[in-house]
Each structure stands twice: as structure tokens, then as C-alpha cells.
Design a protein around this ligand. Structure first.
Ligand code: SF4
Ligand code: MSK
Length: 656
């Protein structure tokens, strides 16, 4: 992107922590870290300028005739040694980011499916099918005949079907049965319906090898197909199977922020993504023998707290307190109160290990895919999960007993409502007898709600941590846009107090009326980053109930990841775009301005009937790009003249 559009990074030398994080607890800990001489990612981001050539995606290292770098200011002035031009180079780089992000989600989904298979086969007994109703719903949604079949038989059949999400070499993945017909037609016309994610990821890696696909438009087709195999494939399987095994979330009041730590308890943190480690940890910390051991060590008990996306899963399902998002994971160790942090996969900074060492906290890796130098590894075995989690707790208790680090816990907690699955939103809007998305569509049609935004994604030290999320979401709800959230973004907003029904006072008149009538917050938290699939399902439901067009691309909706940093975020953004959603990213965008590839992403895909990308650094500009897009869609649907406002009462709800 053009230089003037790059975020500068807010943490130039000489600024205080409050200048580079809007999270007071994180700022307090960063001040302490400075005094203690401990370095964090915020310090490294301040001292390491992002590579401008890489940021523009104007370099290639796909073979040893290079690495080759082009001139982003004059992008067509040069090619790489092989002759690859700027569009090929950018498209290949973008493709590999998408492949990596999609791999992370699909491998996570595959792990959940592995657990499910072994539960169904009786090889794993520590987990069970906790939500047989969801099992039935999911099976029926992909056309499995469930009449007069046992739960066991349905589960077996569901496993066989969902395995195709990964291994199928020809045909369409199972969950595309949930995609609105018109959206499917567009995908078929464009040749982007995913077959199986393993095939799509393999093909994208092949096509981006030197001397294979050298037309940016053709590469972009495979980018779309791979991203869709994540959103409607790997991620959706991860969400649905996790719900079946561990329960579908429904609203629960819970606390977030670092004040969830307790000085007089053994504090155990779980950080990462896959819910099975955390589920087992929940059992371990509640084991009476463990509680007794903690008390014998002088503690009042064991305090289990989540972080990042594992934390978001457990916050949603069980109301387990959540201490902070991605950019707070080093800072929390600075409290000195963390007795053990157990991690599994994704978004786990290597920098955690030296910080943990400074405060004598244990950092345990548990997944064979993720070892970290300086961390102790205790392998998590699905068939005996408690062996690992018990050991983490035992070591945490020992650390509590011998705590030497000075403890300082920020006295900040924020209460909010979490756990809005797409099923619950349906029930919340329509009640148990008329559970439907129709009341949402109706309120969009009558103009009380202007549209819906999915605001998701990471936090990033190159912008002021949490601030971009919070300001953007406030601007959206002020403009009557209902916001759905997942991942680290959800935690940013929870810390700002926006996941409470009372936050409706910050919303525009129309959205406030609806929130007050339903009793819900204007910002609904749907879970972890794989749970973005819940937003896709909600969008498909909005199309299916009618009144807002026949495809996702026609809906007055938009998406954003204002502080994104991971390749997973690129895959997520691309599957939203390919599904038909205008998606705005902040921080930086990995393309070169004034190139055909960037034009394709920011404009051409929309002309193919898909969505498109947008970019801005400023949160208010981002919000208004989204609001303008929503207004454009409202106009195209002929609903831009809002109906006369009437207060929603019970009679309206019954009539809906
Ligand atoms: Fe350079 Fe082409 Fe090799 Fe890339 S593939 S490093 S552009 S020669
Ligand atoms: S954890 S991908 S920082 S949302 Fe899912 Fe957060 Fe982004 Fe990782």
C-alpha cells in the first residue's frame, strides 16, 4: 500500500506505555516491565521498523535466483530474475499467507475431528458428546438422514462426512450446503467451490512455486478457493465439533482483564486455541485432590484463567474469566502472579519464554506442533488428557509455594455477557417457538438497525493496542450498526465495557431501541477466531429468512480486522470477501498501491459477484467505509428510506 497509508507504529521512543496500549492493566505491567528491565514485543516493535519492501509485498524469495525485490514506488519498472512481475509476486505472497492461515484453522479443525472420531469409537473416554441436539442439527444441515438412528450412528456418519472437508479430492465440501444458492452459483461460475482443504492448500503451494502460475487473476481464484475451504470448511468443522463435544455457548456473565488473577490463589493460565486442553484443565483444577494440594501449599484455591482464543472459547462456554488478548500475554507474566501458563498452538509468542523466566513462572508447551526454546514441554495426549493438565497444576502449586517474584496485579476487571452462538442469536430474537433471524432482518429493513458488522481479529503493537478496535466499534454502534465479534477483538471491547446491555446507551437511537427491547448488548461476542464461522452462518441465515437479497453479497453487512497481524487473519478476511462481504483491514495491507493485483482485491472481485477488500488505519475512517458500504447495500435493496420508528413491544415480537 502507499506509504502515506501505513500505520507508523505508535510506540516511538520516549512515549509512555499508555501511548501504545489503551489497556490500563497492560500499561501498568509494561511500566513495571520497564522498571524490572524486562523486554516485551512492544519494545521490540518500537526498536524494529517494519521492512518497507516486505510490507508492500514487493519482494520474492521463492527461488535462489533471488531473493528479488521490486520498487513499490514504480512497481512495473522491474521484474524478478525469472521475469515475474509485481502482480505475480504479490499474488503469490498473498496466496501463501492465505495457505498458512487456512492450514492453521484446518489443522485445528482436523484435531477436533480426530478427538470426535476417538470419542465416537470409544477410544477417548474423558470427553463425551455433550450436545446431542447440536449433533442432530449439524448432521441434518449436511443432508444426513437422522430418522430413527442412534446418536452413535449419527455421530459415525457425521464423522465420515466431515472428514471429506479435508481429504476429498473431487466434489464440494459438506458445509457448502449451508451457503445461499445464489452465492453458490457465483462460486461455481468462478470455479472457486472448495474440494477438500488438503487439496486446495497443496495446489496453492504448487501453483506459487517458481515457474507455475504467473497470472495474478488465476492465482487469486485459488486464493479464494483455499480461503473458502477454511471458512466453510476447517474453521466451521472446528466450531461445530467443539460445540458437539463441549457444548454450544449461550450467554454467560463473566469477567475479563488482569484483575482476574488472585494473589492468594495458584494462578493457572491457558493460552492458545484448541479447547480440549482447556476443558481438561478445568477438570484438573476442580479435582478435590488438587484443591487440597493447593491449600496445603498455603493457597486459598486454584484460579483458572484464559487468554487469547482458548480463553475466548472457555469464556463463551463456561464463563471462565479471561485475562487478556494477544498483546497482553507477555504483560501478564510481569504480574509475578502467574504460577503456570500452558499453551497449545497459534499466536504464542516465543518472547513469552524469557519473560516467564524473569518472574520464575512456568511456561509449558503441550502440543507436538509447538515447542518453544526455554519452555518445558509436557505432551498433551488426547487419550489421557489429565496426565498433562494434572502435571501443569502440580508444578503450578509448587511454584506458588516457592513464589519469590514480587506480585503486582492490576486491580481491573470488567464484567460482560459472552457466549452468543448463532443458534442463541436466533433464539434471542425470536423466542423458543419462533426462533428465527426474521426479527433482525425486519429491524434492518425498517431501519432501526442499519446493518451488521463482524469486527474480529488480533491486536498488534504497530498500532495503539485495543484502541483501534474500541474506537471503531463505538463509531459503528453510534451509527446503528449491530456488531458481532470474535477473538482478541472481542476481549478489547469487553475490557472497554461494551459487552453489556448497558452499553446500548452508546448506540444510535434505533439500535438502542432494539437492544433495550431484546435486553442484549450492542456488541455480541461469538467466541474465538475459528468461530468466525458462526458469523458466516449468521449471514447465510439472514439471506435464507428473506427480505435482504438472495446472496451474502447483497446484505447490508461489512467486516473488519482493525489490528490484524496473523496469516490466519488474511485467510479469514479472504473467506469473508469470497463469501460476499466488504472487509476492511487496518495497520497495513500486504500489497503495492497502483497495481492490478491490488485493484482486483479492492474492486475487481466485487465485479465478479464476490465481496471486496478495504483498508484504512484510522478507526473512524474504517467505520465510515463500512457504514458507507452498508448504506450502498441498503440503497440497492430499496430499504434506504427507514420506516417510521415504532417502539418494539411484545405484540410486535409475537407478530414477527
Ligand atoms: Fe526472483 Fe522469480 Fe526466484 Fe522469485 S521466483 S526469487 S522473482 S527469480
Ligand atoms: S488469537 S489470530 S491474535 S484473533 Fe485467535 Fe487473537 Fe488473532 Fe491470534
Amino acid at each position: 500500500m502507499a506509504k502515506e497509508k501505513k500505520a507508523e507504529g505508535s510506540q516511538a521512543k520516549g512515549l509512555s506505555p499508555k501511548d501504545y496500549t489503551a489497556c490500563d492493566a497492560t500499561a501498568q505491567m509494561l511500566e513495571k516491565a520497564q522498571k524490572d528491565g524486562v523486554e516485551t514485543a512492544f519494545d521490540r516493535a518500537a526498536s524494529m521498523k517494519a521492512c518497507p519492501i516486505g510490507a508492500d509485498s514487493a519482494c520474492c524469495k521463492h527461488c535462489s535466483m533471488g531473493p528479488c525485490r521490486l520498487n513499490a514506488k514504480d512497481p512495473y519498472s522491474k521484474t524478478g530474475v525469472c521475469g515475474a512481475d509485481i502482480d505475480t509476486i504479490q499474488a503469490r505472497n498473498f496466496a501463501r499467507m492465505t495457505a498458512s492461515g487456512a492450514s492453521a484453522h484446518t489443522d485445528h479443525g482436523m484435531s477436533m475431528l480426530d478427538v470426535f472420531r476417538e470419542v465416537v469409537n470409544g477410544e477417548i473416554s474423558d470427553y463425551t458428546i455433550k450436545d446431542p441436539v447440536k449433533l442432530l442439527d449439524v448432521a441434518q444441515s449436511i443432508g444426513i438422514d437422522t430418522e430413527e438412528k442412534s446418536t452413535q450412528d449419527i455421530a459415525q456418519e457425521l464423522y465420515q462426512e466431515l472428514e471429506r472437508t479435508y481429504t476429498q479430492v473431487e466434489g464440494e465440501i459438506p458445509f457448502v450446503s449451508r451457503v445461499p444458492e445464489k452465492t453458490m452459483e457465483t462460486w461455481r461460475k468462478n470455479g472457486i467451490v472448495p474440494r477438500g482443504s488438503m487439496r486446495e492448500i497443496m495446489e496453492i503451494m504448487h501453483r506459487t512455486h517458481i515457474g507455475v502460475d504467473q497470472h495474478y487473476e488465476n492465482i487469486t481464484k485459488q486464493i479464494n478457493r483455499t480461503a473458502l475451504s477454511d471458512g466453510w470448511g476447517g474453521s466451521m468443522v472446528a466450531t461445530e465439533i467443539s460445540d458437539i463435544l463441549f457444548g454450544t455457548p449461550s450467554p454467560v456473565q463473566a469477567d475479563v482483564n488482569m484483575g482476574c488473577l488472585k494473589e492468594d490463589h495458584v494462578n493457572i493460565i491457558v493460552h492458545g486455541h484448541e479447547p480440549n486442553l482447556f476443558e481438561s484443565m478445568l477438570v484438573s483444577v476442580n479435582d478435590p485432590a488438587m484443591v487440597q494440594a493447593a491449600q496445603d501449599a498455603g493457597a486459598k484455591g486454584i484460579n483458572l484463567v484464559g487468554m487469547c482464543c482458548s480463553g475466548a472459547e472457555m469464556l463463551s462456554r463456561h464463563g471462565v474469566p479471561h485475562a487478556g488478548n494477544f498483546m497482553s500475554t507477555e504483560a501478564i507474566l510481569v504480574t509475578g502472579a502467574v504460577d503456570a501458563m500452558a499453551v497449545d498452538v497459534q499466536c504464542i509468542k516465543q518472547g513469552l519464554a524469557p519473560v516467564a523466566k524473569c518472574y520464575d513462572s512456568y511456561l509449558f508447551t503441550t502440543n507436538p506442533r509447538c515447542h518453544i526454546q526455554g519452555a518445558e514441554h509436557i505432551e498433551f495426549e488426547e487419550r489421557d488428557p489429565k496426565e498433562c493438565t494434572d502435571e501443569v497444576v502440580v508444578k503450578g502449586i509448587a511454584r506458588y509455594k516457592n513464589r519469590t517474584a514480587k506480585v503486582e496485579i492490576p486491580n481491573i476487571t470488567n464484567s460482560g455477557i459472552h457466549g452468543f452462538s448463532h443458534e442463541y442469536i436466533k433464539y434471542m430474537l425470536g423466542g423458543s417457538f419462533r426462533s428465527s433471524y426474521w426479527p433482525l432482518n425486519d429491524n434492518i429493513i425498517n431501519g432501526r438497525i442499519r446493518g451488521v458488522a463482524g469486527v474480529v481479529g488480533c491486536t498488534n503493537p504497530r498500532v495503539r493496542h485495543d484502541w483501534v478496535h474500541v474506537e471503531m466499534v463505538k463509531e459503528l454502534i453510534k451509527n446503528d450498526v449491530l456488531v458481532l465479534q470474535t477473538g482478541c477483538s472481542q476481549i478489547s471491547l469487553a475490557k472497554a465495557g461494551l459487552l453489556t446491555p448497558e452499553a446500548a446507551y452508546l448506540a444510535g437511537d434505533g439500535l438502542r431501541e432494539v437492544c433495550e427491547a431484546v435486553g442484549c448488548p450492542p456488541v455480541l461476542g461469538l467466541g474465538s477466531c475459528v468461530d468466525n464461522s458462526r458469523i458466516l452462518i449468521a449471514a447465510a441465515e439472514m439471506v435464507n429468512v428473506g427480505g435482504l437479497g438472495d446472496s451474502i453479497a447483497e446484505l447490508p453487512v461489512a467486516g473488519a480486522a482493525p489490528e490484524w497481524m496473523s496469516e490466519k487473519a488474511i485467510s479469514i478476511g479472504q473467506y469473508f470477501v469470497a463469501s460476499g462481504v466488504y472487509t476492511v483491514f487496518g495497520v497495513t495491507f500486504p500489497t503495492t498501491a497502483n497495481t492490478k493485483f491490488q485493484d482486483l482485491l479492492f474492486d475487481g472481485l466485487e465485479q465478479q459477484g464476490l465481496g471486496k477488500w478495504g483498508f484504512a488505519v484510522d478507526p473512524y475512517e474504517m467505520a465510515h467505509l463500512m457504514v458507507n458500504h452498508i448504506d450502498k447495500k441498503r440503497q440497492e435493496l430499496g430499504i434506504d428510506k427507514a420506516r417510521e420508528r415504532v417502539l418494539v413491544d411484545m405484540a410486535d415480537r409475537r407478530a414477527a
